[in-house]
Design a protein around this ligand. Structure first.
Ligand SMILES: *Cc1c(COP(=O)(O)O)cnc(C)c1O
Length: 399
């Protein structure tokens, strides 16, 4: 086993926005021998997982589990529905929206980005306006990132759906929920999403390695007429085949699925609403702490509007006089705390605190205390009392 952090004692804090802390119960569930994966027990077990995943996505549609990370799940959604030369619209939520677009571009899909301020959620009116001008329906899909992990901002999926409906545009709505699922409400069917993309290593608390596509009937229909050669990602191969073997296009990622079973059980035992509320409360405590630090004038919440701030990750902008890498280094080396890097065009001027998955109040206090110690060590001006602001925020939201 590789040994990380051998010089450090006590617990290591992993507050990156993926991978996230893996509960012991998930790890233990994976610590068992391989089983016969075409045997009846495993087939039943897998069926139970598909069934129990659907409510977490808010769908009764089709569900696919890939042995893949989030990027694989992106590619799956694209290759099933879009041919070379077809066009998609990408609301610019931040770095992940642009990366997904790069992926699409390499697959020969034409991408048009609807520009957006990285400090604000997507404006559905801008989408509506662009779709209204697309009278020939050249735009085949809208690629929307629910929570862009680079900016720490959550956009209004239902609002984008309403914009599409207001124009009566037939484009598919595809939504990347990799950083949002199981951390905040998400209703695939009620919000009219056609393809939901997700992955295991964030809200689901799993090791990296599972990707998900949830697929509406409309997207299935589009996929049936989409002429793009492919095998591994192909939905119909996995969904329409009588042979269980093909549901995973080969050997199922058994141990990841054992972990997923444990994670779903934990989520359901806590109650999905309670999971959302916990994420909401903890995230607001972090936001309150950052607002307090901001009084020193050198750092601030990237998301300007509090309502846009995500439940799962906080992006903190740092004045250009300072280097966010120094903050991450001092937190890692001196305080056993891993933080997220800055991304995209704000890469050199931001760092991130991940707060999704297996997390409680005390972990937040520890994280904020360590960041503050790092700011002090680096002599970065900051308002005093951030941990106290977090405590106050939690006390208020517990009332
Ligand atoms: C993490 C993340 C991805 C990429 O997932 P990988 O598993 O690293 O491929 C994509 N989109 C969003 C919003 C993410 O947070």
């Amino acid at each position: 086993m590789p040994t990380f952090n051998t010089r450090q004692r006590g617990w290591n804090f992993l507050q990156t926005p993926g991978p996230t802390n893996i509960p012991n119960r998930v790890l233990s569930a994976m610590n068992q021998p391989a089983v016969e994966f075409l045997g009846p027990e495993f087939i039943d077990f897998a069926q139970g997982l598909f069934d129990d995943l659907k409510p977490l996505f808010g769908t009764t549609g089709d569900m696919i589990i890939y042995a893949a990370n989030g990027h694989g799940s992106w590619e799956a959604a694209l290759t099933n529905t879009l041919e070379i030369g077809e066009k998609v619209l990408i609301p610019e939520t931040g770095r992940f929206a642009l990366s997904w677009g790069d992926f699409a571009g390499k697959l020969g899909i034409e991408c048009e980005v609807v520009e957006n301020d990285w400090r604000k959620a997507v404006d559905p009116n801008a989408i509506e306006e662009r779709l209204r001008a697309d009278t020939d329906h050249e735009i085949k899909a809208i690629l929307l990132v629910h929570t862009d992990t680079g900016t720490g901002i959550t956009s209004d999926v239902a609002g984008v759906r309403a914009a599409i409906d207001a124009v009566g545009h037939p484009a598919l709505l595809m939504c990347d929920t990799i950083a949002s699922l199981v951390t905040c409400p998400y209703e695939m069917d009620a919000w009219g999403v056609d393809v939901t993309i997700s992955a295991g290593q964030k809200g689901f608390m799993l090791p990296p390695g599972l990707g998900f596509n949830a697929v509406s009937q409309k997207a299935r229909e589009v996929a049936k007429t989409c002429h793009r050669p492919g095998n591994y990602w192909d939905w119909s191969e996995r969904l329409d085949s009588e042979e269980f073997y093909l549901s995973f296009c080969g050997t199922a990622p058994e141990h990841m699925m054992f972990g997923l079973r444990a994670a779903i059980d934990m989520i359901n035992e806590e109650g999905l609403e309670n999971v959302f509320n916990r994420h909401f409360r903890l995230s607001r405590a972090v936001h309150a702490a950052v607002d307090k630090w901001a009084e020193g004038g050198a750092l601030q919440n990237n998301a300007i509007n509090p309502k846009d701030r995500s439940n799962s990750v906080t992006t903190i902008l740092l004045d250009e006089a300072y280097d966010p890498i120094d903050v991450r280094d001092i937190c890692r080396e001196r305080y056993n705390l891993a933080l997220g890097n800055g991304m995209g065009k704000i890469g050199d001027e931001s760092f991130r605190i991940g707060h999704m998955g297996d997390l409680n109040e005390t972990m937040i206090f520890g994280t904020l205390g360590a960041v503050e110690a790092g700011l002090k060590g680096l002599q970065i001006p900051h308002g005093e009392g951030a941990v106290n602001a977090a405590i106050e925020s939690l006390l208020e939201s517990n009332d």
